[in-house]
Ligand binder design. Sequence first.
Ligand code: NDP
Length: 607
Amino acid sequence: MSTPPTPSDPEALRRRYAAERDKRIRPDGNAQYVEPTGRFASLLEDPYVTPTDRPARTDEVEVAVIGGGFAGLTTGAMLRTAGIDDLVIIEAGGGLGGVWYWNRYPGAMCDTAAMIYLPLLEEVGALPSAKYVAAPEIHAHALRIAEHYDLEARSLLSTRVTAVTWEEGASRWRIETDRGDVIRARFVTMGTGPLHRPKLPGIPGIETFSGACFHTSRWDWSVTGGDPSGAPMASLGDKRVGIIGTGATAVQAIPALARDAGELFVFQRTPSSVDVRGNHPIDPDLGDRLEPGWQTEWLRNFATLQTGGHAEVDLVEDGWTDISKRIWDRIRQRIGTEIDMAVIREAYEEADDEKMSEIRARVDAVVEDPATAEALKPWYRQLCKRPCFHDDYLDAFNRPTVHLVDTDGRGVEAIDATGVWVGGGHLELDCLIFASGFEVGTPYARRCGYETVGRDGETLSEHWADGMSTLHGMHVSGFPNLFIIGHSQGANLISNITHNLTEAGRTAAAVIARASELGAIEVEATVEAEAAWIAPIAAAERGMLGSDECTPGYYNNEGGPIGRREKLNGGGYQAGPVAFFDYIGRWRTSPELPGLELRGADGEVLV
Ligand code: NDP
């Protein structure tokens, strides 16, 4: 293993990948992570605002929108555009913005290009300042959408939903909250986010650390000093700071911590693949050159190129489209008129080997200490884990005050009052930061924080006991008038989540508008339509992504088995995101809305 394998030695590379993966497979899989309880229970709370008293609401609305992140905001915007104004957004945070309200860690930004990540730019008449923008600008854009569509006045903030229950006789949902509200709504949309509930590594002794300690999604600026706009974290200047985790969040936070901490210890289990980001300001005159409808065109162009389609021009030109163009160009060169899966796989592997060799070479080119450079190299296929893009991360390890503590795939062993144990050695720390990510594989109700009880008392957890089950990722039989706003079982375009959310909001608004046009009081997926929708998702191969050759992570159930449940929870429309967007665009404008039943007050099926 001492000589780094090159793409010209693919067999050696395969062996290295397998050995690295085997080192990381753990019998406890997802169960290695623990919920924030005890000392960490406050991680589920809002440190940014103190809720003000308000009277409980006990009224009725047409639509209750659960979640005030981009899912809820784009749904609210689409509802208002469709003329549906009687809505309430219920949001646990003290402000709107979802993930961009909660995540205020230093360096936070989105490495999906802002021209496509920021929803409804054209509608609200805005353009981003740079190709990739920082969290405060993204949060400001969320608030801009809220203002443009007058959503803040329609929001209940600092309000957690505690139960959502279908009232059969009234054909309405009853929504209860921790503020004593009991709101009845004809329709409910749920955009509670795929990655929002912080998780902690179940490291023995985690509760005992006596220094300052927090998770990246609840950054404690009172400990570090500084602020989310990038002011120096002066309080860390004489501190020994540890950060556990080197995923997409840590890659963004570490350069700022490296700049400001007296000493920084980065505890690494698996290195991320960190490619060039190449950020640059957006030309302020760009708006003058864009034609109406430009964002729809950019969104489609990105989704097409990112998922193997052909386009004359790459409008976004980023690391995501680069990964995909390389793979698909190679596949197109190799494949004849017949679809030959073996050839496709070979072409995919060649393109990936080339890309990952470049990423590893970049580590050598940037990181001065050879042992540190070696430890920072990722040995797995790029799409096994969330690809990262950053121009300062690797360079941070050239500072004498920054120490990479590579755990050779095993992770931190134990934590005690004064620090962290790794490889049998103890490191004293003043401050410990968990960049350990968010719950993914846990039950939906646990991640939402409430249960949804549908017709005949069936809970969504029961309905989804063997995996998510929907029509279009949105409608659930037995749960009338409920709309899930997400990406699973729909486009599943994970490289640009907001595209999924905006389209889902558009669909929900179209269905609700159609129901009111017809005077329908119930809208529900048929059992048959739901079964037909999920059958191909459950039957799909795992594909080349998240394959069982991948190093463990949340993309592949931490290396555990991928069965029906995992495929249903993580799968999407088999023909891909662009085909899904085309399909759902046609579907929502069809008068029949096939697969749904729209019923009138007397139970009569109207469509
Ligand atoms: P991740 O789940 O991606 O990363 C968690 C990290 O913690 C991993 O490096 C993991 O190691 C490590 N870890 C867990 N347990 C231990 C342990 N016992 N010892 C040492 N290390 C440990 O969480 P993130 O918050 O980084 O990212 C979550 C997601 O949020 C991303 O995948 C992305 O989808 C999104 N995101 C997007 C951004 C954007 O720019 N658009 C920016 C930031 C986040 P291992 O890899 O070995 O499991």
